[in-house]
Design a protein around this ligand. Sequence first.
Ligand code: PLP
Length: 401
Amino acid sequence: MALKNPHLYHLHISSNSGKNYQKILDKITQFQASNPKKKIYMMAFGNTSQPISESVIDAIKEYTDILSNKEKYKGYEDVVGNLQLRELICSRYYQPMGVTLEPSEIFIIDGAQSATGNISELFSKKSIIAVQNPMYPYFIESNLMMDKTRIVTLNCYEKNGFLPEKPQQKVDLMYLCFPNNPTGVTAKTNELKSFVNYALNHQSAIIFDGVYGKFVRTRDVPKSIYQIEGSKKCSIEINSFSKTANFTGVRLGWCVIPHELTVGDSSPSELNQMWKTRYKVKFWGASNLAQAAGIAVLSQRGQEESEATIQYYLNNASLLRKTLEYLGLKCFGGIDNPYIWVKGRQGLSSWEFFDYLLENTGIVGIPGCFFGTCGEGYLRLSALGHREDVEECVEGLNNST
Ligand code: PLP
């Protein structure tokens, strides 16, 4: 009897992302073996580099006292998340951007990664799912793993500023990610509104990955899908503390399922309650230690420290982008988001451009083809590293001219 999950098995042996990661690592090993004295500037992965801020570390230490104290000890808590944290997400994250949400619409998660795929369990296996191309590859892979194979792509081309085309057919779910990983581009209010209108007209749901929302500095660029009128009727938003508070290892985020959300045959609050049921069956809540840390991030001081972190990464991005542009490379992103999307010179393929940059500058990015066919010819660089490395790299680039 074939016992293995065929979809997971197929993904395991054919996974594009897995293979490409390995190829990057192999190329670095090879390069280092033949150039032992040359420095590598690792800008491939979206991992954070800065320590967690002081006030948050204090809160973590305080909470470990609770966990170690017989009288104060806390075990299982509300599966959907700590109420104070959910209230703070409403009042400190959404309210300042003019969005009113209730704590009962917020679900705490262990980082955005698991939720981006899991959320699709709310919808039928037959759903037609649209994803941007290029896109964060796990949107597709997590759905395939669940045997959800009716996937179409919304192509994003340079001539349209890497904004997705509208679906050519009726789709049930649309994954949208802005500010975008990998292209770094943002969508203005009217552009996001056109997707909300499509969703409302076609009874589709938008799954909005807004994990880089707090990085937005440009006017008229929404940080959240809920800044668009009517979006609560059709949109779920997924968010994270990973990049804004250096929580990539702590693992904390949230997901919003508005009571107003009514797509297809669902009635008000139904999807919200269904998600709660799923929590009770499959997820008994995020770590209470991580949630205590999240509460500290949303305190007045925590917010100031988080802003400083974001600005640090944005300054890295700006430094890098300006230098690459000065050298004549065409760049996107890196303004409202920590990723820079660089176009390869003279029609180089993504991998050729990867090799070129590695050999000539020591910079390691991710070939754009990793993120979908429309990423061919580009490379994604992450500015989430250390400033000293970015400065050293930039100096080397300037000296090379
Ligand atoms: N969504 C996007 C677009 C991301 O870039 C990432 C991480 O890089 C994630 C989700 C997952 O983040 P988390 O660390 O919160 O799981």
